[in-house]
Design a protein around this ligand. Structure first.
Ligand code: ADP
Length: 235
């Protein structure tokens, strides 16, 4: 492998990525030598059957888990060079996350949930972040829902709040793990089109794990995994 950093137009890349769970006879090669270049400013869907390694790949790309071998570079930073503390800070400051279960705090309003990572980072809203808040809330159609608590919102609206939260920070890359897994098909289509708008209108990069074939239609690029290896995709 070379020591060269990938070109700045890559949001993330992986070289020879291996992840093995367990050892000996019971070892599972969840990732078996994955090479990947994810261009910035695009929506990439990671697809494949259950157990093919999608979540493992996303967790290694997002610094939520350490690979057993190979290299991951995200936003120009080699993740293996970071200590656990630096990796935690990197995730907090540079990456956005959207999960299947929304992960909103029930006692906070939608607006408070959107600002939460900002507050946790000890930052005060400044004019630039307030302007971005208005832009993100506008793109996601949440202006009339800001005072609602999660329990007063539909599943699709809750996921829009979670996406707004991910878009508000300075994060370039947003990782979405089965973001429509808890939604009916109408709400799923809506969420996928909002993720698309985040890419098109706000210039972000979205990497989405999904096992739902319909999601492919919204993606610019598709990475298909089978048994921990990449399979050439249709696109
Ligand atoms: P997918 O997201 O495509 O369903 P996963 O990445 O969750 O696939 O899993 C890939 C393989 O790794 C599967 O065989 C799974 O059983 C195994 N695996 C995932 N996580 C663990 C773990 N923590 N311990 C042991 N095996 C695991």
């Amino acid at each position: 492998m070379t020591n060269q950093l990938p070109s700045p137009t890559l949001a993330a890349s992986a070289r020879g990525l291996v992840k093995t769970y367990g050892s000996g006879d019971t070892a599972v090669n969840a990732l078996d030598g994955v090479d990947l270049d994810l261009p910035a400013g695009r929506l990439t869907a990671i697809m494949g059957p259950s157990g093919s390694g999608k979540s493992t790949l996303m967790h290694c790309l997002a610094g939520l888990d350490r690979p057993s071998g190979g290299e991951v570079t995200v936003d120009g930073v080699r993740l293996d060079t970071l200590s656990d503390d630096d990796l935690t800070r990197f995730r907090r400051d540079r990456l956005g996350f959207v999960f299947q279960a929304f992960n909103l705090l029930p006692m906070l309003t939608a607006e408070q949930n959107i600002w939460l990572p900002f507050e946790l980072a000890g930052r005060k809203p400044d004019p630039a972040s307030r302007a971005r808040f208005d832009e993100v809330v506008g793109v996601l159609g949440l202006a009339s829902r800001l005072a609602h608590r999660p329990g007063e919102l539909s599943g699709g609206q809750q996921q829009r709040v979670a996406i707004a939260r991910a878009l508000l920070g300075d994060t370039q890359v947003i990782f979405a793990d089965e973001p429509t897994g808890n939604l009916d098909s109408a709400a799923s289509a809506e969420i996928l089109s909002f993720l698309r708008r985040g890419v098109r209108e706000l210039g972000r990069t979205v990497v989405m794990v999904t096992h739902e074939a319909e999601s492919a239609a919204y993606a610019d690029d598709i990475v298909t995994l089978v048994d921990g290896r990449r399979q050439e995709s249709a696109r």
